[in-house]
Design a protein around this ligand. Structure first.
Ligand SMILES: [Mg+2]
Length: 269
């Protein structure tokens, strides 16, 4: 097994993700059947905020400057502006709805972006999955290198990961979601970008489609992990992902032929 590279940022990012992720897992376990009581408010059609999100927010704000003193973009901040130079972008708790129902598909996601994501770590403590990625170096899952690029090239042979929530209106469903999910072997809904990415990296799914409603903090670490493992990431129109805006839609695929097949299936506008 080839260990992840010694990297002046990756090691402390990993330690911080593990530390905070384990604190969140302790909160979920301590709440037990009363997990719903941790929900503080609803902040949108498909978004909740819990005490755990706010705990991780405070921890990241305090700890990130010691890793590298960059501007910080966090989901739970009141305002979001994408800085011009390098910055941290993190999701304190991705999969809050899963977390608040006692489900295991949630995690913490940390990335450094400098034009494009350069370093990414995401950790799903309830599933025991840690993913590390460095641009140009590779992706590791629980310390083992991940290689994508193989797998099915036809939609009819593929297992899809997809998100379905109130952000996906009938127009999006008709244009993007239905053409894919009506052709694939089956479709899984993680309701969480880090779990969906972990599934793709483990070969449990072959593609991931998230059309709308997700943000830069959902994809900075996950897209880097897919790319650095040899997989494909694109925006829905086929162009490379842009890292200068908060709102994003993505297509991840294990290989370029499958990504092409997904895009060929989309209905024209
Ligand atoms: Mg979050």
């Amino acid at each position: 097994m080839i260990p992840p590279p010694d990297d002046p940022l990756l090691d402390p990012m990993t330690a911080l993700a593990r530390e905070i992720g384990d604190e969140l897992l302790a909160m979920q376990r301590a709440a037990g059947a009363q997990i719903g009581a941790l929900v503080l408010r609803r902040k949108g059609a498909a978004d909740l905020v819990t005490e755990a999100d706010e705990h991780a927010h405070r921890r990241l704000l305090a700890a990130l400057p010691a890793l590298s003193d960059l501007p910080v973009v966090l989901e739970e901040s009141a305002r979001h502006r994408i800085p011009d130079g390098p910055f941290w972008v993190c999701d304190e708790l991705d999969g809050t709805i899963n977390f608040s129902r006692g489900r295991p598909g949630w995690g913490i996601s940390l990335a450094r972006v400098d034009g494009v994501p350069t370093h990414g770590v995401f950790y799903l403590p309830a599933l025991g999955v840690l993913v590390q990625a460095v641009r140009g170096r590779g992706t590791w899952l629980n310390g083992a290198p991940v290689r994508l690029g193989a797998g099915p090239v036809a939609l009819t042979d593929a297992v899809a990961g997809c998100e379905l929530n109130p952000h996906h209106d009938p127009v999006l469903r008709r244009r993007y979601v239905d053409p894919v999910t009506l052709r694939t072997l089956t479709t899984t809904v993680a309701a969480c970008a880090v779990e969906a990415a972990a599934e793709l990296l483990q070969g449990r799914t072959d593609l991931y489609l998230n059309c709308r409603g997700a943000k830069i903090w959902d994809f900075a670490a996950t897209a880097l992990a897919v790319e650095a493992a040899g997989g494909v990431t694109r925006s829905l129109d086929g162009r490379p992902l842009c890292w200068d805006a908060v709102e994003m839609g993505v297509l991840f695929a294990a290989n370029a032929a499958l990504a092409d097949a997904v895009q060929a299936a989309f209905e024209p506008a």
